[in-house]
Design a protein around this ligand. Structure first.
Ligand SMILES: *Cc1c(COP(=O)(O)O)cnc(C)c1O
Length: 467
C-alpha cells in the first residue's frame, strides 16, 4: 500500500469530513497533504496540486509564506492566547487600528469572532440588539437575497438561501424576508450588468417599503454570491441599497467574508460602490489563510447605543473563547504588511487580465453558458443547453468530473455544482494561470461529454507533474 492510501485508510476510520457525503470516498480517493509551499500542495507520495481555490477561499499569499510563518513564530514565544474580556494585547490592538484605518470611513469599532459564521451571528445579534436599545423592539426581521450564503450556524443559515445547505434544516430557521438576487447570469439578452442590477433593485425597494418597520437589517454578499455559484452583480445595486437603507431606517450588513481582501479587484467590495455599510464582516483571507479569525466592524453610532451603565443591561454580552486570538491577529498583521509592501491590488490586475485571456475561448464551448469575472474570481458555468441556459441535473455531478480530472493533472479545482471557478492565491504566476485554464478546458470537455464518466481505476491515471 502506498503512503497516500495508508493515510487515507487511517483518516477514513476516524474522521467525518466537512461538506462531504462520506460514502463518496469508497470510490473517490481522499488526498492527504504532507506539506504546502506557495500555490502548491504536496501529498505523501510527492505529487503536487496547484491550489486554484485558495483552500476554500482563505489563502492569499501562498502556503508556508515565510513572512507570515515568522510572525506567528515570534508571537507564539511571546503570548499564545489571553482572555479578551478585561484583558487585551498588542496584536489585537494593532490589528483593530489598521482595520479601522483601511476600511471605509465610519467603521470605527471592531468586534472579533473566530470564524465567518459566528461573525454573521454577531452582526445579526448586534443589529437586532441596537434596535432594542433605541426602543424599536419590533425591528427583528432580516432581509436576504435569493441564492445567498452566509455560513453554517443556524441564524447564518437562516439568512442564506442555497437549498443544498439549508433545506434540510428549514424547521430550525428564523423567518426572513427573501428578495430576488440581482445575479446578472439571469439578465435578459442585450441588457448590461448595470441595467440588470438597477432593475432588480425594484424588488428590494418594494420589500423595504412594505416591511421596514419590522426590519432590522438587510444582509448581502457584495458583488459576488460565492457558495451560490460565484454569481455576480454590479456595484450600482449596493449604492441603491445603501440609499434605501438610510431612507427606511434599516441597517446594511456587508458579508465580505469571501470577497474582502482583494478578491473583487479592490481591497473591499464596498469601495466599488463608494459606500459604508453599518456592519462589515471579515474573515477567511484576514489571516492570510492561516488561522481562524473574524472581525465585525461597525459604526460609532451603533456602538454608542450599547454604551451605558451596566444595570441598564444594554451591553453586548456575546463572547467566543478564542476571541481575538493573538496568533491569529499576528498572522493577520503579517498579511496586511504584505498587502501594503507588495502593491498587491495593482499587481492582481495583471493576473486578472491573464485569467480572462486564458479562458476567453471557453465562451465558444457548446456546453458553456457564461464565463464571468469580477477581479480575481473567474467562473465558468457548464449547462445542458446553452441557448436556454438549462442546467445539468444536479444528480449528474458534472463538476465532480472536472474535480477528478484536475486532480489527475495536478490541480485542485473544486467546482460548485456545474460552476468551475478560479479563486487563486495572489502569488500565482501567469504561466500557472495558463496551466489552470488548460486543465479546466480539458475537464469541461470530459465532464460535458454525454454519458461519459471519468474512469477511476487505480490512483489518478495519467498524472503528470506540471512542475
Ligand atoms: C465562508 C463564508 C461564510 C462562513 O465563514 P466560515 O468561517 O466558513 O464559518 C460566511 N459568508 C460567506 C460569504 C462565506 O463565503
Amino acid at each position: 500500500m502506498g503512503l497516500n492510501a495508508e493515510w487515507m485508510q487511517r483518516d477514513l476510520a476516524v474522521l467525518w469530513h466537512p461538506c462531504t457525503q462520506m460514502k463518496d470516498h469508497e470510490r473517490l480517493p481522499l488526498v492527504p497533504i504532507r506539506r504546502g509551499e506557495g500555490v502548491w500542495l504536496e501529498d505523501f507520495e510527492g505529487k503536487r496540486y496547484l491550489d486554484a481555490v485558495s483552500s476554500w477561499w482563505v489563502n492569499v499569499f501562498g502556503h508556508a509564506n515565510p513572512r507570515i510563518n515568522q510572525r506567528i513564530k515570534d508571537q507564539v514565544d511571546q503570548l499564545e492566547h489571553v482572555i479578551l474580556a478585561g484583558f487585551s494585547h498588542q496584536p489585537v490592538i494593532e490589528l483593530s487600528e489598521r482595520l479601522v484605518a483601511m476600511t471605509p470611513a465610519g467603521l470605527e469599532r471592531v468586534f472579533y469572532a473566530d470564524n465567518g459564521s459566528s461573525c454573521i451571528e454577531v452582526a445579526l445579534k448586534m443589529s437586532h440588539h441596537y434596535w432594542l436599545n433605541v426602543g424599536k423592539p419590533e425591528k427583528k426581521r432580516f432581509v436576504t437575497l435569493s441564492n445567498s450564503y452566509h455560513g453554517e450556524t443556524v441564524a447564518a443559515m437562516s439568512v442564506g438561501d442555497v437549498a443544498l445547505f439549508t433545506d434540510t434544516y428549514k424547521a430550525l430557521l428564523l423567518d426572513t424576508l427573501k428578495v430576488p438576487s440581482p445575479d446578472c447570469y439571469h439578465r435578459p439578452e442585450g441588457v448590461s450588468w448595470e441595467d440588470h442590477s438597477r432593475l432588480m433593485f425594484s424588488h428590494m425597494e418594494q420589500t423595504l417599503a412594505e416591511h421596514h418597520r419590522e426590519i432590522a437589517a438587510v444582509i448581502v454578499e457584495p458583488l459576488i454570491q460565492g457558495a451560490g455559484g460565484m454569481r455576480m452583480y454590479h456595484p450600482v445595486y449596493l449604492k441603491l441599497l445603501r440609499e434605501a437603507c438610510d431612507r427606511y431606517g434599516v441597517h446594511l450588513i456587508h458579508d465580505e467574508i469571501a470577497v474582502g481582501f482583494g478578491r473583487t479587484g479592490t481591497m473591499f467590495a464596498c469601495e466599488q460602490a463608494g459606500i459604508t455599510p453599518d456592519f462589515l464582516c471579515l474573515s477567511k483571507a484576514l489571516t492570510g489563510g492561516y488561522l481562524p479569525l473574524a472581525a465585525c466592524l461597525t459604526t460609532d453610532r451603533i456602538y454608542q447605543a450599547f454604551y451605558d451603565d451596566y444595570s441598564t443591561l444594554r451591553a453586548f454580552l456575546h463572547s467566543h473563547s478564542y476571541t481575538g486570538n493573538p496568533l491569529a491577529c499576528a498572522a493577520a498583521l503579517a498579511t496586511l504588511d504584505i498587502f501594503e509592501s507588495n502593491r498587491v491590488i495593482e499587481n492582481n490586475r495583471r493576473l486578472a487580465a491573464r485569467m480572462a485571456q486564458a479562458t476567453a475561448h471557453l465562451i465558444n464551448h457548446p456546453q458553456v453558458a457564461e464565463v464571468r469575472q469580477t477581479g480575481m474570481v473567474l467562473a465558468i458555468e457548464m449547462v445542458q443547453d446553452k441557448a436556454s441556459k438549462t442546467p445539468y441535473p444536479w444528480q449528474e455531478r458534472r463538476g465532480l468530473k472536472v474535480f477528478e480530472h484536475a486532480l489527475s493533472r495536478g490541480a485542485l479545482l473544486r467546482p460548485l455544482g456545474s460552476v468551475v471557478y478560479f479563486l487563486p492565491p495572489y502569488v500565482i504566476t501567469e504561466e500557472q494561470i495558463d496551466f489552470l485554464a488548460e486543465v479546466a478546458s480539458e475537464g469541461i470537455d470530459i465532464a460535458t461529454r454525454d454519458g461519459v464518466s471519468v474512469p477511476l481505476g487505480g490512483r489518478y491515471p495519467g498524472f503528470r507533474d506540471p512542475g
